[in-house]
Structures are given as C-alpha cells and as structure tokens.
Ligand binder design. Structure first.
Ligand SMILES: Nc1ncnc2c1ncn2[C@@H]1O[C@H](COP(=O)(O)OP(=O)(O)OP(=O)(O)O)[C@@H](O)[C@H]1O
Ligand SMILES: [Mg+2]
Length: 361
C-alpha cells in the first residue's frame, strides 16, 4: 500500500496539470474573442462604447510600427496607438495635449452624429485617459486590404452601394469633414458587402464656408491685424487667390507677419497650389483644390430615409451630438448654425432637382 502512494500522487499531479493546461488553453482561446459583436452593423450598440470605457489596458503599441509590421502604409502625423484590453477588445488611441483636446471631442461627436443619422460607418469612439495621456479611443477595425495601395480605394468606391456612398458624402458635407479620401478611410469587407469606414473625423471641428458641389474653404488662422472689416459681407467665394508651387517662404512673403511663424513652419503643400481667401480676419484654405483625383463630397442621390434624418437635425439635436465638446472653443452658435446651413443647402438642392424633374422649372 505504502509503495503505491507515490504512484497515486504522481497520477494526481499529472491529472491536475493536464486539467490546468486545459483551462489555460480554453482561456487562451476565449480571452481574445471580443465580448461583443464588433461588426459595423452593430456599432450603434452602446455596449461597445461601454466596454471600451471599462476595459483595462493590457498592451499599447505605436500604430506606425503596427502598420509597418503588416506591410501597410502609415500616412498620418499624430500620436496614434493600438491598444488591447483585458476584455478582448482592441482600439485606436489618439493622444492629444491636455489643453488641446478639440480634435478628440470632434472624433467623438462624429461617432455620435453617425448614430443620430444612421450613417456613415464610424467606429464607436469615446474620450479616455491612458497612462496620463488624454485623447480619443476608437474601436479598432481589422482590415486585410490597405486603402492606400494603388487602385484599392477607387475599386472599393465602385463596390459600395449607391446609398452608402451617397450617405457618406452627405455626412462629410453637412458635418464638414473636409479631410476625406483614402488616407482616412478603412475598407472592411464581409461575405455580403464592402463597407467604407470613416476614420479620423477631427476635421469636422473646423469652421468653413462651402457651396454644395464645391470644395470647402477651411479656417486655418485668425489675426486681428488683418482688419478686414467685412463681417457684414457674405463669404467672397469668387475672390479666391492662388499661390502656385507654394512653400513656407512664399506664403510668408505674400501673407506677411499677420500669422505666427509656427503657421508657416508647419505648412504643407501636398503638391498642389494654395487656394485661399482672407475674410473676417482669417485665412481660409480650400484644401484639395487642383487635385483632380479628389472625390468631392457631392451626390445626386438622396433616399427618403436620409432626407428625413437630415430634416430632423436642429440645434437641440446638434447640441446632443456635440455634448462631449461643450467646453470646446470650436463649439460656437455660428459653428452649429453652419451645419444647419449646409443641411439646408443639400435639401434645397434636392428640392430643386425634384421640381425640375416634374417640369416645374
Ligand atoms: N478605428 C481604426 N481601426 C483601425 N485602424 C485605424 C483606426 N483609426 C485609425 N487607424 C489607423 O491609424 C492611422 C492613423 O489614424 P488617423 O488618420 O486617425 O491619425 P491622424 O494622425 O489624426 O491622421 P492625420 O495625419 O491624417 O491627421 C490610420 O491611417 C489607420 O491606418
Ligand atoms: Mg488621418
């Protein structure tokens, strides 16, 4: 009997170990499965945002390194990280300095707008703080194609339904996301359809003037010394000026000392002429002017459902959408009214279209 004790003990040891390894294997496979359906069709479900808020960070890596390790291109300037949580979710953290969180508020508001409208596909986004850094946190979208590879974005546009594409452009126009294009789009495909995912929506914070069908003029800089005295005048769309082959030096020579040195130093031409207007003591730049490949946020398609959603926008609903940004400098009455003005431009355009279809003109 005595001699059998070590034998029984060793069997017990082996079986405990096997059981433990089994548990470990099981938790390995279940820990990494997201605890919630993360498909774009489920992004309106508030559970995802709740889990992003509650999750504990288990790893944080530079997005640039992550993209390069997958052979993807990294075309962005900000401090962007990919974060993994203990609940299995992955997210993109964009860190901003504590006194300039306006971009982060705009990102969150863009997600809220997508919920209010029912379009476009903006991954769930919240405000957060990680390791003492503040910023926006957005659900990470796993994609196996790179929108920046030649021809991929154009093909995806063709594959996307007319309705989805039109709604994306209407969102861009009405909410003022001027920084659109392949570099701020993810392409997600499932067995049924191709989804265009709108990321990096911070451009919606910028004040701008635009006519439906054209590129917006986006406010870059304000300077009292300009003394334009034109508050009572409409935006001078027809008085835009162009600087060919712009450089920081050329801009400084033409625009003078009205703007800070940091503005000239951070200037990027993107390889296109610099088209601008000086109005209301500010410099307004028409981004993408001269880029014939740029897809303008304009569509001839408006479904009844989208018309209803756009009509339902009013100041109260916009204030709710921008609730997270209530202390932001950009959130002025003029900013909110400009969104409603752009919405009105769209509705008027389509009203005219249907009137002319009926032969009323
Ligand atoms: N939700 C997301 N899911 C997956 N990848 C993402 C997501 N958001 C951003 N990325 C990746 O991170 C990159 C940088 O993000 P983003 O464009 O928002 O940064 P940015 O620094 O604000 O850009 P920019 O320089 O254009 O202002 C994107 O090009 C994309 O590859
Ligand atoms: Mg970007």
């Amino acid at each position: 009997m005595k001699s059998r004790i070590p034998f029984l003990l060793s069997i017990l040891f082996v079986s405990i170990n096997t059981a433990y390894a089994g548990i470990q294997e099981k938790s390995k496979t279940t820990c990494c499965l997201p605890p919630v359906n993360t498909h774009p069709e489920n992004w309106k479900n508030s559970e995802i945002a709740n889990l992003l808020k509650k999750g504990k960070v288990v790893s944080i890596r530079s997005m640039r390194e992550h993209l390069h390790s997958l052979g993807k291109k990294a075309e962005f300037d900000g401090k962007v990280f990919i974060v993994e949580f203990d609940n299995g979710l992955k997210a993109v953290f964009k860190s901003f300095s504590k006194d300039d969180l306006e971009d982060a508020y705009a990102e969150v508001a863009a997600y809220q707008a997508s919920i209010a409208l029912g379009f476009p596909n903006v991954p769930p986004t919240i405000m957060t703080e990680i390791n003492g850094m503040k910023g926006s946190l957005q659900l990470f979208v796993e994609t196996n194609i790179d929108a920046l590879d030649p021809g991929i974005y154009e093909t995806a546009l063709k594959e996307t339904s007319l309705e989805d594409k039109a709604n994306l452009k209407l969102f861009y126009f009405v909410f003022g996301q001027w920084d659109s294009g392949a570099h701020n789009t993810l392409i997600f495909k499932d067995k049924v359809k191709t989804y265009l995912i709108a990321i990096d929506n911070s451009g919606i914070r910028n004040h701008q003037f635009v006519k439906y069908g054209s590129l917006p003029f986006v406010r870059l800089c304000y300077s009292d010394s300009l003394q334009t005295n034109d508050w009572h005048k409409p935006f001078p769309f027809n008085e835009a000026k162009v600087i060919q082959n712009p450089t920081s030096e050329k801009l400084k020579k033409i625009l003078g000392n009205n703007f800070p040195e940091s503005f000239y130093q951070s200037f990027k031409s993107y390889g296109y002429p610099f088209r601008y207007v000086i109005y209301r003591n500010s410099l307004w730049r028409q981004f993408h002017a001269g880029d014939e490949k740029f897809v303008v946020s304009f569509t001839n398609h408006l479904s009844d459902q989208t018309r209803k959603k756009l009509k339902s926008l009013n100041l109260a609903r916009l204030k709710k959408i921008f609730a997270c940004a209530k202390n932001a400098d950009f959130l002025t009455p003029a900013y909110l009214n400009a969104i409603l003005d752009r919405r009105n431009q769209v509705l008027q355009y389509f009203d005219k279209q249907s009137a002319s279809d009926k032969g009323e003109f």
